[in-house]
Design a binder for this molecule. Sequence first.
Ligand code: G3H
Ligand code: 13P
Ligand code: ZN
Length: 311
Amino acid sequence: MPLVTTTKMFKDAYEGGYAVGAFNVNNMEMIQAIVEAANECKSPVILQVSAGARKYANPVYLKHLVAAAAETTDIPIAMHLDHGADFEICKASIDGGFTSVMIDASSKPWDENIAITKKVVEYAHAHGVVVEAELGKLAGIEDDVKVAASDAQFTSPDEVEEFTSKTGIDSLAIAIGTSHGAYKFKPGQDPKLRIDILEEIGKRLPGFPIVLHGASSVPQDQVAIINQFGGNMPNAIGIPESELRKAAKLAVCKINIDSDLRVAFTAAIRKHYVEHPDHFDPRQYLGDARANMKEIVKHKIINVLGSQNKA
Ligand code: G3H
Ligand code: 13P
Ligand code: ZN
């Protein structure tokens, strides 16, 4: 099935009280793990490409790998630019076949965020591509930029109507307590999302799809495997899956997950190396990594997103 935009995915998700997973991809095994999981769960899925992924893999390789994945399944797949930093990268992605782009000018002043976002929307819509933008500031690390928790800002519900109407965006990423990376909170903390802010934004923008970034939960069993087999990840916890489930039942239609996939991929490789010190064929350990990542994606689809059987 050819790649699709997120328009129908989000309408169905909004009405059905679930969210679509947006998973970051960097290589063939990751794309296969995500698409095989989504296919088995009959779930729509978004494959997203960050600046780091473009640098690592070359966008042309990623484009063709995603196209190959779409060709081998009938589930709806959107290819999305994650955290587009400026108009040029959004334009290049639109010209290169992405069906969805994010322009992330959330760190810029209000007027500038609106002006850049509007320019991307005009170009994207003229090419049949949808646009996500962001209001508010998440803590954590994204594309090597670290935002301290003290500098993070929740999205103000008072701003969302003006921002969406002035820019014409198709979905809005908001900050309600999620944060990027695998080290979000210390063990013992009890992280909660500001569901009250989400509900208020939902009232101000009825029917409008909301996006959550930084939604990894940092699976403790996988971190334990990494540390058991020679790793040294600090103890940390992520966003509780129960909190994400609540958000998915409300206006949140897209949930971004990257760090949890990395942890699962790495855990399987570390275990493989220790259990099979004689192996040197990359297909053996990458095969394990792919299989382990696939299980995490299936878990997210069934237990967090609720998007199984919605393809
Ligand atoms: O939000 C950031 C994503 O997790 C992508 O990170 O730039 O290291 O690929 P990356
Ligand atoms: P995590 O680091 O929590 O997986 O967030 C990923 C993300 O938001 C990608 O845009
Ligand atoms: Zn993000």
